[in-house]
Design a protein around this ligand. Sequence first.
Ligand code: ADP
Length: 466
Amino acid sequence: MSLNPHRKFWRTIGFRLTFWYFTLFILSSAFLFVLTYFLLSSRLRTQDHQTIEIKLNELKAVYKMDGFEALKREVDVDKKFGKSNPYFIRIAGPQGKTLFLILPYQWVKFHLKSLENIKPGEGTTWTYLPLEDHGNELEIASISLSGDFFLQVGKSNEERNRVLQHFRQIFMFITAPLVLLGFAGGALVAFRALRPVRSLIQIVRAIDLGEMNAHVPRSYTGDELDELVTLFNRMLRRIASLIKGMKDSLENVAHDLRTPLTRLRTTAEMALQDKPTAASLKEALSDCLEESELILRMLNTLMDISEAETGTINLERKSVSVSSLINQVVDIYAYIAEEKNIRVQTQFPEDLHFSVDPNRIRQVLANLLDNAIKFTPDGGSVELEAEKRDNRVLFTINDTGCGIHHDDLPHIWDRLYRSDRSRSEKGLGLGLSLVKAIVMAHEGSVDVTSEPGKGSKFVISLPAEK
Ligand code: ADP
């Protein structure tokens, strides 16, 4: 059954496979027939010729030993007792004149005259005279006797032709159903083998019509088509998850931006409602500017998170040293830490390198260090350490800050989540979401332990080699 009604039947792979299989089968059968027929027919012919030659030599030996009369006697004896296996025997004298002739009645209708012109040479000379029945021939071997005499012994090839005809009939009898069976078998095999391809076409059609959750049923045979189906299904799942991710991201971004945008609009409306003075308008404008900057920052961060979460982020991996990353991040926060009188200590091996997107991992470390300093009271301390363990690079950020309440702990990685206790601090509630999304995109993992009032410990684990 063709899935595309416009596709010609003979254009289908199934038909072409069957056709080639069938053609190959016919050709092999024909080759087998020709070869076997040729071998069999030449073998039978050699056998017939050998029989005739044995008879010829036998009679020649008799002639040599006891002369012409003994030869005639021998032939007469043959004539009497050898009816079941008749031979044509002729003894010719000078000028080819027939002196003696045994001609079995079955073969009488041939031109005996043509035999008179034969002059055998040194060895055996073969002559083939057509008989009038069904294209058979009389095969005659001639040999010289002493003087001008010569002896001819022959036999019809009728028996041989009968065997060969029988062979042809048997071959046809066996081959004809075999060919039909081969054709039907080939068509069935091609049809079954192409079943996954037909399913694939059907599913692609369904996807084309908007059915994004469709998948191709597997055959579990472990063959190439089964592998193709598995890969195809995996690709479908990936596409579906990307589309879902994009849809979710769009909804999240729209939802997350609604509040600051409403705030922006309210600020502008309020400024216009009351009798506006130049000073109040200026203040409102400055609030709007601040709000729009916040929205822009949020939008950028939300887009980054979405990209990292859906796997569409473009990571520019390169080999970087852990020490340079840590030093750069610590430098950025040195001033703020100093202002709060917070001691930032670092510890890391100098020669540790790994393959990551340096800008993104710098963003991760900066967010964690920013939080650690932000949530640690004046005079506290923050430790930023890195080490290599089991083919992974571990970053640990320890602080002696306020810690995270165990109710908040499961939510801190959520978008826009900010614990009530941290509302006094600046922030969007997006930092840790971005950290997690970037680390996951690098095939890493994040972990946090915290004791309220004592401090927090964030651990980032990233693959050392990629
Ligand atoms: P933001 O810092 O902008 O509020 P984050 O996503 O970075 O947002 O953090 C989410 C919340 O997790 C914070 O509001 C805070 O309550 C908590 N948090 C994160 N890091 C720390 C830390 N080092 N110490 C205490 N609380 C933290």
